[in-house]
Design a protein around this ligand. Structure first.
Ligand SMILES: Nc1ncnc2c1ncn2[C@@H]1O[C@H](COP(=O)(O)OP(=O)(O)OP(=O)(O)O)[C@@H](O)[C@H]1O
Length: 358
C-alpha cells in the first residue's frame, strides 16, 4: 500500500501541487526556501497531530491568500482529504466521509527526521521524550489515549497543588489515575525501546545505540503502578511548594550511547548524532515492516559522508518503505544512481514550482 497521489492547495509556498507517485524514493532538491520541506510537512499531515513542524493550521495556510489549505492523497485504495478552513480546526475525510484524525494513523505510519532534531541529544529532555513517544505511538496506538489520560489527571492534580489543597483525600483518586496511565505509558515506551533495539542492524553502516528509558527522578527504570502512586504521594509536600507535579512519567527521558566506549550520544560529533538518529528511525521502519510506512527525511544527506549516504540509500531501497528526502543539490542524491525519482524545486517568485529531473 503506497501513497500514489498527492495534491496540495494553498499550503505554505504551494498554491497548487499535484504529484503522482510510485514506490520509488523521491528526492527533492533546490535552493534554500524553495519549498522542499513544505512538501514533506504536507505529507506529514497525513498522520494524526500537527505534523513534522508542530505548526498550527493558520501558519500553514498560504500567506496573503486568505483561504485555508487542502491536502488530498490516495493511499492504497483510499481517498484521503484533510483541510483547514481559515480560523477553524483541521478536518479529515476518508472516501468523502468525515473521519477522526486517528483514522489517518490506522492507514499508514509516517516517520520523520528534521534538522530541528539535530540537537535532540544535547537539548532538554522534552524533545527526546516527544521523539520516544512518536516511536512508541507507531507500535502502540493506545499510547495516545494513555498520554491524554495521564495529562488530564495531572492537570487536575496541578490545580489542587496551585490552590495549596493539602487534604490527601482530594489527591488519591487523581494520583491513582496518573499511576495507572503512567504505568501504561512506561510499559509502552519500554516495549518500543525493546522493538527498536532488536531491529537495529550495525551491518547497515549505522551505529546500534544502547537505549535506556529514564522514567523520572526517584523512579526505577520500569516503575509499576504502585511505585508511581507511592512516589506521587511521597512527593506531595515538594510538589505543593512548587505548585506543580515535579516528577513522574511526564518527565521521563531517553538515554542513548553507542560503540565500544559506550559513548553518550550527547558527546558524539554532529554527524555521529545524526547517524544515531537515522539508525533509530531506520530500525523503527524495519520493526514496522508488516505495515505501510512513509519516511520523511528532511536534509539528512548534508551531514553524512559519502559512505554513510550510500549506506542510507541502500537501506531505504532495501526497506521498501516509501521515502521522501530533501537536499539543496542533486549531487547529494548521486548514490541513489537511478533508484530514486529526483525532482527540482524552485521558487521564482512567491510560489513554489516542481519539475522532475531526467
Ligand atoms: N504560510 C506560508 N505561506 C507562504 N509561504 C510560506 C508560508 N510558510 C512558509 N513559507 C515560505 O516557505 C519557505 C520555506 O520553505 P521550505 O521550508 O519548504 O524551504 P526548503 O526548500 O526546505 O529550504 P531549506 O533548504 O532552507 O530548508 C520560506 O521562504 C517561507 O517564506
Amino acid at each position: 500500500m503506497i501513497l500514489s497521489h498527492l495534491s496540495l492547495a494553498q499550503f505554505r509556498s504551494w498554491p497548487r501541487l499535484a504529484l503522482d507517485l510510485d514506490a520509488r524514493p523521491v528526492a527533492l532538491y533546490g535552493p534554500n526556501g524553495s519549498g522542499k520541506t513544505n512538501v514533506l510537512e504536507a505529507i506529514s499531515m497525513l498522520s494524526p497531530g500537527r505534523g513534522m513542524r508542530g505548526a498550527p493550521p493558520a501558519d500553514q495556510a498560504r500567506q496573503g491568500v486568505g483561504a485555508g489549505w487542502r491536502i488530498r492523497a490516495r493511499i492504497g485504495e483510499d481517498e484521503v482529504e484533510t483541510t483547514a478552513p481559515p480560523a477553524a480546526r483541521r478536518e479529515v475525510a476518508m472516501n468523502g466521509k468525515p473521519a477522526p484524525q486517528t483514522a489517518l494513523g490506522a492507514l499508514m505510519r509516517v516517520i520523520w527526521l528534521t534538522p530541528a532534531m539535530d540537537r535532540l541529544w544535547t537539548e532538554a529532555p522534552e524533545g527526546r521524550r516527544r521523539f520516544l513517544d512518536r516511536i512508541t505511538l507507531s507500535f502502540h496506538p493506545d499510547h495516545a489515549e494513555a498520554s491524554l489520560g495521564y495529562d488530564k489527571a495531572m492537570r487536575e492534580r496541578n490545580r489542587l497543588l496551585r490552590d495549596q489543597v493539602t487534604d490527601p483525600g482530594w489527591y488519591r483518586a487523581l494520583e491513582s489515575q496518573m499511576a495507572s496511565a503512567g504505568a501504561r505509558l512506561t510499559a509502552n515506551r519500554l516495549a518500543a525501546l525493546d522493538a527498536i533495539t532488536a531491529a537495529q542492524d550495525e551491518s547497515t553502516g549505522f551505529p546500534a545505540a544502547r537505549l535506556r528509558l529514564m522514567a523520572g527522578e526517584g523512579f526505577a527504570d520500569d516503575p509499576s503502578e504502585a511505585d508511581i502512586a507511592g512516589r506521587l504521594a511521597a512527593m506531595r509536600p515538594r510538589d505543593l511548594a512548587a505548585g506543580r507535579s515535579l516528577t513522574g512519567p511526564h518527565r521521563a527521558d531517553l538515554g542513548a550511547s553507542w560503540g565500544a566506549q559506550d559513548m553518550p550520544a550527547a558527546l558524539s560529533s554532529t554527524g555521529e548524532q545524526k547517524a544515531l538518529l537515522l539508525s533509530l528511525i531506520l530500525a523503527n521502519a524495519r520493526a514496522l515492516s508488516d505495515q505501510p510506512v512513509l519516511l520523511l527525511l528532511d536534509e539528512v544527506a548534508a551531514h553524512l559522508d559519502a559512505d554513510r549516504r550510500d549506506a542510507l540509500y541502500d537501506q531505504i531501497t532495501a526497506l521498501g518503505a516509501q521515502s521522501f528526502l530533501t537536499g539543496t543539490g542533486p549531487e547529494l542524491f548521486a548514490e541513489f544512481a537511478g533508484r530514486a525519482r529526483r525532482f527540482a524545486v524552485a521558487r521564482p517568485d512567491t510560489a513554489s514550482e516542481i519539475r522532475e529531473a531526467d
